[in-house]
Design a protein around this ligand. Structure first.
Ligand SMILES: O=C(O)CCC(=O)C(=O)O
Length: 260
């Protein structure tokens, strides 16, 4: 069994200092439930203030890496650090950072599918690498928000062994029905745990729907937040994955010979 704590909060628009302070405080609160893994939302330090990324983006993600790494080490907890605006060679990526209990950066993944409805393609470049990592001996993969509309991208990771899928997001409230349906579908079809951390509150262009979720590989919702700031807790059980995969062995029954 592994315990999770998802930090669903209202991100201060374009104010990294305020958001760093908020995350520090939320992490200290979250550790009281003794989680193994803490999860943050997408672009938690800047929000969607994309036109000011030159000013507020994080060069080489250096500040975020030091900050989250220190928190992970101090509290002896793994952190799936949502994503941050990482500036590198005059380009900015929407990049997930993952830390182990020793505070080491064990994984980076840059959002592969940029979301045009929120102008991402104008300010960001997409990532080109896969997103496998291991935490607490669990084979994991990470995706960012809009990525969940591309089932083939998550499936590829499941076929390659991922069993726990993390999804930090800033998902607008008017499509909360899509958010829930897509996440539950990704869990059922891949027989994986899905751990999805959204933000709440609003920025000048959007209101965000919360409803962070922990979903088991059968598609059952284990924990779900509402639309307020909260620390969502829940546990996942590795044995459940094996049990469900032996009951309905979809990975053995696939017909890749017919899919091309
Ligand atoms: O796909 C959607 O409806 C929302 C996606 C999104 O908000 C994002 O990728 O930031």
């Amino acid at each position: 069994m592994k315990k999770l704590a998802l930090l669903q909060f209202d991100i201060a628009f374009g104010s990294p200092e305020k958001n760093f302070e908020k995350v520090k405080q939320l992490v200290s609160e979250a550790v009281s439930s003794e989680p193994d893994i803490i999860v943050l939302p997408e672009l938690w330090s800047t929000g969607y203030d994309l036109s000011r990324l030159d000013e507020i983006g994080d060069t080489d993600a250096r500040k975020s890496i030091i900050f989250l790494g220190n928190l992970a080490k101090k509290h002896n907890v793994n952190i799936v650090g949502g994503s941050v605006a990482k500036q590198q060679h005059n380009e900015v990526t929407n990049t997930m950072l993952v830390f182990n209990r020793e505070g080491q950066l064990v994984h980076e993944y840059s959002k592969a599918h940029l979301f045009r409805l929120m102008n991402e393609e104008k300010y960001l470049v997409s990532g080109n690498t896969k997103s496998h990592f291991t935490l607490e001996n669990l084979p994991c993969a990470g995706f960012i928000c809009y990525d969940i509309r591309f089932p083939e991208w998550l499936r590829l990771h499941a076929i390659e062994g991922a069993q726990v899928l993390f999804v930090p997001a800033e998902w607008p409230e008017q499509r909360t029905d899509h958010w829930r349906a897509l996440l539950i579908s990704r869990a059922i079809e891949n027989q994986c745990y899905v751990i999805a951390c959204n933000r709440v509150g609003s920025d000048p262009d959007n209101a965000f729907g919360g409803h962070s979720l922990i979903i088991d590989p059968w598609g059952k919702v284990i924990s779900e937040a509402g639309t307020d700031e909260t620390i969502l807790v829940g546990s996942i059980d590795e044995d459940e994955i094996t049990a469900i995969r032996s009951r309905i062995p979809i990975f053995e029954d696939r017909r890749p010979d017919m899919y091309n």
